[in-house]
Design a protein around this ligand. Structure first.
Ligand code: SAM
Length: 198
């Protein structure tokens, strides 16, 4: 099980970044995200995505992230993403073998105790970038890309590419309101479609 803890945020300014950390967590195979100091609308946004596109990813608000972090030391390995950590290439195989992990990402300066609590302090390159990119790269490296083929059960909408349909031998696309690979709601009318086919 993969879980994510996002510590702190620069109020208001970080709402979009925090939403994207949650979206990456969901899309890249995490079970839930814990976060503090955030706009409650972020949970509503993720719940709407679950309803529409499936799965039961959870957003959980926590008052005391320190308590959560220390509690998790007994049940999961703590993987803290930081530019000051060990290079990802040298630890990814070991992390891959762990059964349960809690990935910790920061927003501003992360307190020293997080570095000390972590089983792995991991750098995705030693240059500063973002918690969104660092999280995506880590989750991809440790799952070898398999997360991108995961099913999200209970979705109201499914993304269909024209190529997959062709491979399934579907000659006609039902003229229903489906989203296709180009990201548009598709009428199924090829002659009306200006998008490049996938
Ligand atoms: N200067 C801040 C610090 O001292 O941690 C950097 C904050 S950065 C905007 C927000 C978060 O992005 C960090 O807490 C870390 O989780 C993640 N991050 C940024 N660059 C990273 C890198 N090269 N490797 C791993 N994580 C990174």
């Amino acid at each position: 099980v993969i879980e994510v803890l996002r510590i702190g945020q620069r109020l208001v300014r970080d709402d979009r970044v925090t939403t994207h950390v949650a979206l990456v967590s969901r899309a890249f195979g995490a079970r839930r995200i814990f976060m503090n100091e955030v706009n409650p609308e972020i949970r509503d946004t993720l719940e709407k995505v679950n309803v529409s596109l499936g799965g039961n990813f959870e957003v959980i608000f926590v008052d005391e992230w320190r308590k959560l972090l220390h509690g998790y030391r007994h049940r999961s390995k703590i993987v803290h993403l930081t530019m000051y950590g060990e290079r990802i290439g040298s630890v990814q195989e070991r992390i891959r073998q762990e059964k349960d992990i809690l990935v910790v990402v920061g927003a501003e300066k992360v307190p020293r105790e997080v570095y000390d609590a972590a089983d792995y302090n991991v750098a995705v390159g030693n240059q500063p970038h973002s918690e969104i990119s660092a999280l995506a790269v880590l989750l991809d490296r440790i799952q070898g890309g398999s997360q991108l083929d995961a099913e999200f059960p209970g979705a109201q909408k499914r993304i269909h590419t024209h190529r997959a349909r062709q491979e399934r031998g579907e000659r006609r696309i039902a003229a229903s309101r489906r989203i296709v690979g180009c990201g548009r709601i598709c009428s199924g009318r090829r002659d009306k479609c200006s998008m490049r086919r996938t």
